[in-house]
Design a protein around this ligand. Structure first.
Ligand SMILES: [Zn+2]
Length: 144
């Protein structure tokens, strides 16, 4: 059981990091920088289950932004540099630090959603209801 969990975790990390389909590991998860594709071009996996929403932004804030803010504060306290130093270092660092990890984090969330959904088969009805609403919304958008 433990071995299986480790394998699942390793698989999520690998497919998420590379942005690959969590089912076949060959197709691509993203159709653009941060947009999840509709179906896998290799195995046909439907990505409707993927709803990471604000998760990636939240995680990148927690993992990257907070440590960076500490760094910025430390820079300020240790050297009290002029303001332009922050403009040149802290702000680009924060921007890059928050944006770059978005894609792998999103990939990890989608891959783990896929793996968890495969394990919790009982929630299918709920998923169907949720996605019916999504589909209706998409149709509305297309019609207008
Ligand atoms: Zn696939």
């Amino acid at each position: 059981m433990e071995q299986q969990q480790r394998d699942t975790f390793a698989w999520i990390m690998k497919s998420g990091w590379k942005g690959l389909c969590p089912r076949c590991g060959k197709g691509h998860m993203f159709k653009s920088w941060l947009q999840i594709t509709d179906t896998c071009e290799v195995c046909g996996l439907n990505y409707r289950f993927a709803t990471p929403d604000d998760g990636p932004a939240f995680f990148s804030l927690c993992i990257i932004a907070f440590p960076l803010i500490f760094l910025v504060v430390w820079l300020e306290v240790a050297f009290s540099p002029p303001f332009w130093v922050h403009l040149l270092t802290s702000i680009p660092l924060l921007a890059i630090g928050c944006l770059l990890p978005l894609r792998p984090i999103k990939g990890w969330l989608v891959a783990s959603q896929y793996m968890n959904k495969a394990q919790e088969a009982g929630t299918e009805k709920l998923w169907a209801q949720l996605h019916e609403r999504d589909e209706a919304k998409k149709r509305d958008k297309r019609d207008t």
